[in-house]
Write a protein that binds this ligand. Structure first.
Ligand code: ATP
Ligand code: MG
Length: 220
């Protein structure tokens, strides 16, 4: 990974199990990159998600599939950081790693879906995140500002004020939480795994090379 040590470089971090990565993830990352003018989006597969209990495909296989999926996009990168860590992997360590790696000269934007954000209070040291990086939460259409504010965990909600020009919630640290509408493709890894398990097709839900790879290796 290259070090972007210039100031004002904006980098997106997109974490997930990616079991497997699909077109919903890719399209979302692409739209967010464009909207926020990010210089890149780094996909970060997690090794052992602390609050996901279902059987997880080995990390090297999920890693390989992401690599195939992002091959045609020069703005997309992948990081092994969470896969290399011993024991459980925690996102706050990842943010810390990237802040150090980029020498705090880069603005980090943690990208996640609304579903994932609604579980943020379960994350270890979660209040710490809001002063360590910005958040971009990909939200469903039609939600009001109040409804968005209600998505912020209640015990830290008083630390935020709404900026109606920037259209974001500004944390007392100066970092922001943006709720951003994207074209949400109704695709989930769960649905893909289910289809495959039942012998059904997963075509057009994920990139062709990934679909081929899954078939060849009889995953799921
Ligand atoms: P699973 O069904 O196993 O939970 P998933 O499809 O939700 O898988 P994850 O790896 O859990 O994929 O998600 C990684 C991130 O991508 C999360 O922040 C999640 O909110 C987001 N995400 C998942 N599906 C989509 C989608 N269709 N469009 C945009 N973002 C998505
Ligand atoms: Mg999910």
């Amino acid at each position: 990974m290259e070090k972007d040590t210039d100031t004002n470089v904006k980098i997106g971090l997109f974490g997930g199990t990616f079991n497997p990565v699909h077109l919903g993830h890719l399209r979302a990352a692409e739209e967010i990159r464009e909207k926020f003018n990010l210089s890149k989006v780094i996909f970060i597969p997690v090794r052992i998600p602390p609050h996901k209990k279902h059987l997880i495909t080995p990390s090297d296989i999920r890693f390989k599939m992401i690599n195939m999926a992002i091959a045609g996009n020069s703005f997309f990168e992948i990081s092994k950081i969470e896969l290399q860590r011993q024991g459980s992997s925690y996102s706050f360590e990842t943010i810390e790693f990237f802040n150090n790696f980029f020498q705090n000269k880069t603005d980090l934007y943690f990208i996640m879906g609304q579903d994932a954000f609604m579980e943020i209070h379960l994350w270890k040291k979660y209040p710490h995140f809001f002063s360590a990086c910005h958040f971009i939460v990909m939200s469903r259409p039609g939600l009001t500002v109040i409804e968005h504010k209600n998505l912020i965990p209640p015990d830290i909600a008083m630390d935020f004020t709404y900026d109606s020009i920037e259209k974001c919630f500004v944390h007392k640290s100066g970092r922001c939480v943006y709720f951003c509408r994207i074209t949400f493709l109704e695709i989930s890894s769960t649905e893909i795994r289910k289809n495959l398990k039942e012998g059904k097709s997963a075509k057009y839900l994920l990139p062709e090379p990934v679909e081929q790879y899954i078939k060849e290796h009889n995953l799921y």
